[in-house]
Design a protein around this ligand. Structure first.
Ligand code: HMG
Length: 391
């Protein structure tokens, strides 16, 4: 195993939405026993974007504290990962680049492969920093998860953005080689270009996730990765938090380990605090799990963490990171807790209106109501152009 000691996550910050819908309100609306949501899928609430929020405003809000702390001089690349893109051509990161006042001497791209794209962005960034350790890469993973109202996927929606600064000599987590990789052509979840909401075969998607986890783990071991027992915690992609429990039980079983419930909770219990109240943030989800672990876990100095990134369709990657001594001084725990606590509850009717909102495609001037109290907003769609502003 090569210990790529010197490159990894130097800073991590996340942002979410103005509004929140509790699963209690959803259950009251659809007549579901709340136990199915709180226990069965492990979700308490889900973030709901205001009319003037989207992947760009969330991405910029997540990244702004990072550029405020570290400056922008060394950032020569911005990689924006999303599967809920707002344009078929222009990268959402270009709007963020402008909102944050990043240097013009930078490259900005958007990449996609369902929820896996955040990890593709991270790996791309690691390669660039390895080539020139004086450069830093801003990785942003931002998504709004949307299924049809009344569909089985509805309780597994959510929205958030994670921004990470990838750098040499990182302050938080060193990312290691090797990675375990897995790709299989499955139709478990997809969204054709003409749809706003995802299509999903829910139960098939759970099987596809477990299959991909197993495949990426086996490849990780074949590539010379760490033994299972060396890991102190595991950050899984969390479409709903119960999925992480299902996945870890499966991994322990595949490795011939005891699937003891207490052991599973010890390994992943601290990773679910944000996802259980934010919901599925697709590309950002696994990195919200990392934020939760670092913000809530016991001292993880020099401990190995396993990362399991899954994107429907499907691609998965298993890789490891080691937590850097002194990491606690660089965390943003209070800001993260505030990002979650500041959301305003909406009732089902209001959430339904926001869910069904779309812009006319007539090329006219369409101002957007002022709703968000976040730092950036989508002000209008005018002549087919999205107009963003700093609040
Ligand atoms: P469903 O059919 O509504 O629910 O689908 P269910 O009947 O399977 O029940 C869910 C769980 O609640 C079950 O537990 C029930 O027993 C339990 P399990 O057997 O799984 O352990 N339950 C209760 N527990 C306590 N008290 C009760 C009660 N009632 C039932 N009263 C499903 C659930 C997640 C499939 C659905 O919400 C869905 O389709 N979600 C969207 C798809 C999804 O999230 N898939 C996850 C894997 S794919 C993935 O992660 C990729 C993704 O993020 C996209 C991307 O990559 O871009 C989605």
């Amino acid at each position: 195993m090569t210990q790529d000691a010197a490159i990894g996550i130097h800073d991590l910050s996340f942002a979410t939405t103005e509004f929140v819908l509790t699963h209690q309100a959803l259950a009251a609306h659809d007549g579901t026993d709340i136990g199915k949501y709180h226990v069965g899928i492990g979700q308490q609430s889900m973030s709901v974007p205001a009319a003037d929020e989207d992947i760009v405003t969330m991405g910029a809000a997540a990244a702004a504290p990072i550029t405020a702390r570290h400056g922008t001089d060394q950032i020569r690349t911005v990689v924006f990962a999303t599967e809920t893109s707002i344009d078929q051509s222009k990268a959402a990161g270009v709007y963020v680049h402008s909102l944050l006042g990043l240097p013009s001497s930078a490259r900005v791209v958007e990449i996609k492969q369902a929820c896996y794209a955040g990890t593709a962005a991270l790996q791309f960034a690691l390669g660039l920093v390895r080539r020139d350790p004086s450069q830093r890469v801003l990785v942003i993973a931002s998504d709004v998860s949307k299924y049809d109202l009344g569909s089985p996927g509805e309780p597994t929606q959510g929205a958030a953005a994670v921004a990470m600064l990838i750098a040499a000599d990182p302050a938080l987590v060193r990312i290691e080689d090797p990675s375990g990789l897995y790709t299989a052509d499955v139709m478990d979840f997809w969204r054709p270009n003409y749809r706003d909401t995802a299509l999903v075969d829910g139960h098939e998607s759970i099987n596809a996730y477990l299959q991909a986890l197993e495949g990426s783990w086996k490849d990780y071991i074949e590539q010379g990765g760490r033994a299972l027992g060396e890991f102190s915690a595991f950050c899984y992609h969390q479409p709903f938090t119960k999925m992480a429990y299902k996945a870890h039980r499966h991994l322990l079983h595949v490795c011939g380990h005891d699937t003891d419930a207490a052991e599973i909770t010890r390994a992943i219990g601290h990773t679910t605090a944000y996802n259980t109240v934010v919901g599925n943030s697709y590309t950002a989800s696994m990195y919200l799990a990392l934020a939760s672990l670092l913000d809530h876990g016991e001292d993880l100095t020099d401990k190995a963490i396993g990362f399991i990134s899954y994107g429907s369709g499907s691609v998965a990657e298993f890789f490891a990171g080691t937590v850097v001594p002194g990491y606690r001084e660089h965390l943003r725990t209070a800001e993260h807790q505030e990002a979650v606590a500041r959301r305003k509850p909406v009732d089902y009717a209001r959430y339904g209106e926001l869910h069904e909102r779309s812009f006319p495609a007539d090329g006219g001037d369409h101002p957007v109501p002022r709703e968000t109290s976040g730092p950036y907003r989508l002000a209008a769609l005018s002549r087919h152009k999205r107009i963003y502003e700093v609040r």
